[in-house]
Design a protein around this ligand. Structure first.
Ligand code: PEP
Ligand code: MG
Length: 754
């Protein structure tokens, strides 16, 4: 049996010869199994191929009964072959029939064979088949044999994916799915349903030549590429930009460590010695790495394995000259972009007319790429761990941004039912469009002001499309986050002017910079903090760097000349902080007055209520502010001491609880008593059931994601506010966890559209 690199090397050479022969795909596979069996001194060698419906079909065999070919089928998870496909692991058994998963297929005659070695045939992290060798004697295959079979499986994957099987599908008159379907339910980031095809944000490198012709030459190519990789990483790490972005430099530091890791380099060299080309060796080692990654529980180690994956991709690109990112414009129609992570600017680079959805391995609800996806109206899903390795460019995929569901390579029935869902969704949208010019008035005559949240110029057309009353929250930091350097006064003025112009006379509430916690500027050094959400952020940073706030205030005042201008401050913790921030704005105002510069027609300065301490200062706060806006994302986070971005805490506490709704009611009552307006601009306002609860406690103004305006208006127009408040009052005075169930029942009983 095999005990050196010679075995696989000879086998690979012979495989190359078979692949070069002009043969039908079936004959080629028949020859391949014979070759492998011979080389590995196995009595049986079989290839199972993944077919539609997650079925593994015997496609070729040496040793089993030939009549079983194209007849023997196993579901994923069924039998040993199904187990290998399901878990993407190899199985090495000396007594195969004693294994709990063993399934006897009488047509194959495999009862004769005791020992069994099977490995998954993987492509881009997805299992596309299973390769098995079997022997009569009870024996344990050596590590070298297992390695050799895995290397062979990798070459086989290329044969299977290079159109060979499509050709065979015609012969067998069945459509080949190549790989199994998957269903994931993760974090919904942006509403909407999309059917399309995968575009990998970082395209996978396609390897043309797997088998080396000249092993020393391949070794040299590998060594040179590794040297180039090391200097590339060093350059990146020494680059001044990276040094400022601390998180990024941490990642690079880890990558540099891996680039010098002896174990990794040894494994690459070993793979070349077995007869693979340098790039095939990288992929071979990467496949092992990915398989290990999938089994890893520890999130920290998984993260490090991701870094190693990044490094392998860099090395592959050096070896093949492949480009690093997908073309942003030359995209297929109905593209669904899949990426590990992505910045908001990167998403904006894509041709919007062709992108139908976004799926990210990272990216929580409040990540900025999620905010941008929502602004663009692109359905998006986040926290889809492992998705990049599960898909390949061109795979059919469904994204349901409402439920957070992803269907990879869905069955045709599922595609049909989702196409129907898309049509239904479009109809619903049409219905909301029809509401556009109707008032947001409850059945008992209460008018609710509906506004949109925005943060980019691309958001502004939604103002007109949704029929909203204005922009209730303009997040100015997004403009700063996408810039390469701190925007100068003129750039800021131009930006705010364009927002005011696009609002066409409707009011816009500009929020001053809200940087910190998860919002970082690549060009601004921020100290590492234990609790960044509670740290040096937002208005606190502005108080310590008054020049930043003053510059921004000046830009807003200049841009707002001749208009009504509304400015508000985020993360205010007490009245004095508000007064201090207001003073900074007023100093700029005074300068403009002194210069005789044109001024805003009307200047209103407001506060965001998002830190609970303000709840006990409302009687002092309202007299000094012009208006208030409840930042419920943060207010709820701080009320419950529950990180808004932590998926483990998502859903644990409810904004529809007596505590949160009670706080809102208290704010509404105090605002009324002081004759000041109060709006709510957190994500809550855009969800009909939550918005119903808010209207219930008396809120008469909300600002939300633009796609929420239609559904929330439909809810309002079917609601009797007084009846709802009467229903809610006793519940708010109780100790229940949440009013959600009760509100849902109320809506159903009273035909409120939610
Ligand atoms: C909020 O906290 O509710 C809010 C609107 O601000 P942001 O989501 O930008 O923190
Ligand atoms: Mg906030």
């Amino acid at each position: 049996m095999l005990n050196s690199a010679l075995g696989p090397r000879v086998l690979l050479r012979k495989l190359r010869a078979v692949m070069a022969e002009p043969e039908t795909a079936q004959k080629r596979l028949d020859k391949i199994v014979t070759l492998i069996a011979g080389n590995m001194v196995a009595e049986v060698c079989s290839i199972y191929v993944m077919r539609p419906g997650n079925i593994l079909e015997l496609y070729a065999t040496e040793g089993l009964k030939l009549e079983a070919v194209h007849k023997s089928k196993l579901k994923v998870g069924e039998g040993l072959v199904g187990l290998i496909a399901d878990q993407a692991i190899g199985l090495n058994l000396s007594n195969a029939d004693k294994h709990p998963s063993f399934k006897y297929l009488p047509e194959t005659g495999e009862e004769l064979y005791s020992s069994f070695l099977g490995v998954p045939v993987m492509r881009g992290g997805a299992v596309i088949g299973v390769l098995v060798v079997q022997n009569k004697t009870q024996r344990h295959y050596s590590d070298e044999e297992e390695e050799a079979l895995q290397t062979t499986a990798m070459v086989l994957a290329e044969v299977m994916a290079s159109g060979e099987l499509k050709e065979m599908a015609r012969e067998t008159a069945i459509d080949v799915a190549h790989v199994r379907s998957h269903h994931l339910r993760v974090e919904p980031l942006a509403e909407g349903i999309a059917l399309g095809h995968v575009v990998l944000h970082e395209p996978r490198v396609r390897i043309q030549n797997m088998i080396a012709e000249d092993i020393p030459a391949e070794q040299k190519r590998l060594d040179e590429a590794v040297a180039q990789l090391r200097s590339q990483v060093d350059e990146l790490l020494d680059g001044s930009d990276a040094m400022r972005a601390t998180d990024y430099s941490d990642v690079l530091e880890t990558i540099r460590m891996f680039a010098h890791d002896k174990g990794w380099l040894n494994r690459l060299t070993e793979a070349v010695v077995t007869g693979l080309t340098a790039e095939a060796a990288v992929e071979r080692v990467q496949n092992d790495n990915r398989a290990r990654m999938q089994r890893m529980q520890d999130p920290y180690l998984r993260e490090r394995m991701h870094d190693l994956d990044d490094l392998s991709n860099r090395l592959l690109r050096i070896l093949t000259g492949a480009i690093a990112t997908a073309s942003r414009t030359d995209l297929p129609q109905n593209s669904i972009v899949v990426s590990r992570n992505m910045g908001p600017a990167e998403l904006l680079d894509y041709d919007r007319t062709k992108i139908r959805g976004v799926i990210l391995e990272e990216g929580g609800k409040t990540s900025h790429v999620a905010i941008v996806a929502r602004a663009l109206g692109i359905p998006a899903i986040g926290l889809a761990d492992g998705i990049v390795n599960l898909v390949d460019t061109g795979d059919a995929i469904i994204v349901d941004g409402g439920t957070g569901e992803i269907f990879v390579r869905p069955s045709s029935e599922l595609q049909k039912s989702y196409a129907e869902k898309v049509r239904f969704y479009a109809k619903k949208q049409e219905r909301f469009t029809a509401l556009r010019d109707l008032p947001a008035q409850t059945k008992d005559g209460q008018t609710i002001s509906l506004n949109i949240n925005a943060g980019l110029t691309v958001d502004m057309p939604h103002l007109r499309e949704s029929g909203a009353d204005g922009v209730g929250l303009y997040r100015t930091e997004l403009h700063f986050m996408m810039a390469q350097r701190f925007p100068r006064l003129s750039a800021q003025v131009k930006h705010y002017q364009s927002i005011i112009d696009q609002a066409e006379g409707k009011p816009v509430v500009f929020r001053t910079l809200d940087i910190g916690a998860d919002k970082t500027l690549p060009y601004l050094r921020q100290p590492r903090e234990e609790n960044p959400a509670l740290g040096w952020r937002s208005i606190r940073m502005a108080m310590d760097r008054p020049a930043l706030l003053r510059l921004q205030a000046r830009a807003m005042l200049i841009a707002g000349a001749g208009h009504d201008l509304k400015i508000m401050f985020p993360m205010i913790a007490d009245v004095q902080e508000f007064l201090q921030a207001k003073q900074a704005v007023m100093m700029e105002y005074a300068i403009l007055v002194k210069r005789g510069a044109p001024l805003p027609k009307n200047l209103k300065i407001g506060v965001m209520i998002e830190i609970p301490s303000l709840l006990w200062q409302l009687d002092y706060l309202f007299p000094v502010v012009d208006f208030a806006s409840i930042g419920s994302n943060d207010l709820v986070q701080f009320l419950f001491a529950s990180d808004r971005g932590n998926p483990k805490l998502a859903g644990r506490y409810d904004a529809l609880s007596p505590a949160a709704l009670g706080a809102m009611r208290q704010i509404v009552d105090k605002a009324k008593a002081h004759n000041k307006t109060v709006t709510l601009c957190g994500e809550l306002g855009g969800r009909p059931l939550e918005a119903m609860g808010l209207v219930g406690v008396g809120l008469t103004s909300m600002s939300m994601v633009p796609s929420g305006v239609g559904p929330v208006k439909a809810m309002i127009r079917s609601l009797d506010q007084a009846k709802l408040w009467a229903f809610m009052q006793p519940l708010l005075a109780s100790g229940i966890h949440s009013l959600r169930g009760d509100l849902l029942e109320f809506a159903q009983r009273n035909a409120v559209e939610i």
